[in-house]
Design a protein around this ligand. Structure first.
Ligand code: NAP
Ligand code: ZN
Length: 346
């Protein structure tokens, strides 16, 4: 395979810049994908800035990948040239541990291989979707339903599955009172998905700035966390709270919003620790939990669910030259609701 054009961070904290990366020679089980769109996830920013630990550079991030199949290996059975496909946060796993056998490759005991910045099973360091092509083993390639435009599908591969998986795991449906904390990339998918699952949905955002959009996406209520009244008037008012915030939040206050037996599920992954008083859990037999993306089968289920319910990401399509500016806007909570890179501009 020739080197492919990409945008990568040359070193920790440095702005992303055009470069080339190597892709492996496709093997019999590999699918070669021409990438059309790549979403910008807040995890890309945490990672390239070294907030989650040291990385290998140059690092091309991007794990919300949508495109079409350019070539397939001789043993590939499920995909053909021209198919509309996606790749999310995982590109490999051991395939034999209990988690993999259950279809929860994200919890692979042998170590799931992330789409970028991870050591693949052949020893190479993976490179992500801010690039023109990717080579992925067939088992980790998703089919994008025709009903979803490719650019609006890309963010489903991370933001969609990361919110769908906990909503399903905690059995959110009619009668469930759910609060979504943070209306960013993950949050705006969570609102649409929880609404489509039949739940009563409340957005807890820093301010009321995005209230109209939140209600349009399917929220029943929209409350500002900057207003202390939000916490006093809604004590015990939720069965589940899904925290999508990329920064630490005062957990005790949010736990007080849970009814007895309620669960606060964290998917937001700030590098800093968050203090917690156990009294906030004990008082209502409340739980705090976490959830990581979702397995491959569940990701396909989510894509099909979105197609069936007319759900997709709300995006701002950008040229690759605007990636660094987009990062600053994400950090300022100034995104409606996902930046997606037009990969043809790389
Ligand atoms: P995002 O688009 O930046 O959204 C985060 C939202 O959180 C913001 O839009 C903002 O919403 C709110 N927020 C930001 N800073 C805040 C602060 N200091 N206090 C209170 N609220 C704040 O990010 P994202 O791409 O959705 O990702 C969110 C987090 O999830 C990141 O930490 C990311 O790494 C993590 N993540 C985890 C997984 C997983 O598998 N668990 C997968 C993907 C991403 P408002 O303006 O509405 O307040
Ligand atoms: Zn992500």
């Amino acid at each position: 395979m020739p080197a492919v054009a990409a945008y990568a961070a040359p070193s920790e904290g440095a702005p992303l810049a055009p470069t080339t990366i190597e892709r492996r020679e496709p093997g019999p089980l590999d699918v070669v994908i021409d990438i059309a769109y790549a979403g910008i996830c807040h995890s890309d920013i945490h990672t390239v800035r070294g907030e989650w630990g040291r990385q290998h550079y140059p690092l091309a991030p991007g794990h919300e990948i949508a495109g079409t199949v350019a070539a397939v290996g001789s043993e590939v059975t499920r995909f053909a040239i021209g198919d509309r496909v996606g790749v999310g946060c995982l590109v490999n796993s051991c395939g034999v541990c209990a988690a993999c056998v259950r279809g929860e490759e994200q919890y692979c005991a042998g170590g799931a291989v992330g789409t970028y910045g991870a050591t693949d099973r052949d020893g190479t360091i993976t490179q992500g979707g801010y690039s023109r092509q990717v080579v992925v083993t067939e088992a980790f390639v998703l089919r994008i339903p025709d009903a979803i435009p490719l650019d609006r599908a890309a963010p489903l591969l991370c933001a969609g599955i990361t919110t769908y998986s906990p909503l399903r795991h905690w059995k959110v449906g009619p009668g469930t009172r759910v609060a979504i904390v943070g209306l960013g990339g993950l949050g705006h998918m969570a609102v649409q998905l929880a609404h489509a699952l039949g739940a009563e949905v409340t957005v807890l955002s820093q301010s009321l700035r995005k209230k109209d959009e939140g209600l349009r996406l399917g929220a029943d209520r929209y409350l500002a966390t900057a207003d202390p009244e939000t916490f006093s008037a809604n004590r015990g008012g939720f069965d589940m709270i899904l925290n999508t915030v990329s920064a630490p939040i005062p957990l005790d206050g949010y736990l007080g919003l849970l009814d007895t037996n309620g669960t606060l599920v964290c998917v937001g992954a700030p590098p800093e620790p968050m203090p917690l008083r156990t009294g906030a859990l004990i008082g209502g037999r409340r739980s705090i939990a976490g959830s990581a993306i979702g397995g491959i089968a569940e990701t396909q289920e989510m894509l099909d669910f979105c197609a069936e319910h007319g759900i997709a990401a709300e995006i701002e399509l950008i040229d690759a030259s605007a990636i660094n500016d987009a990062y600053e806007r994400v950090l300022a909570s100034d995104v409606r609701f996902r930046f997606v890179i037009d990969v043809a501009t790389i």
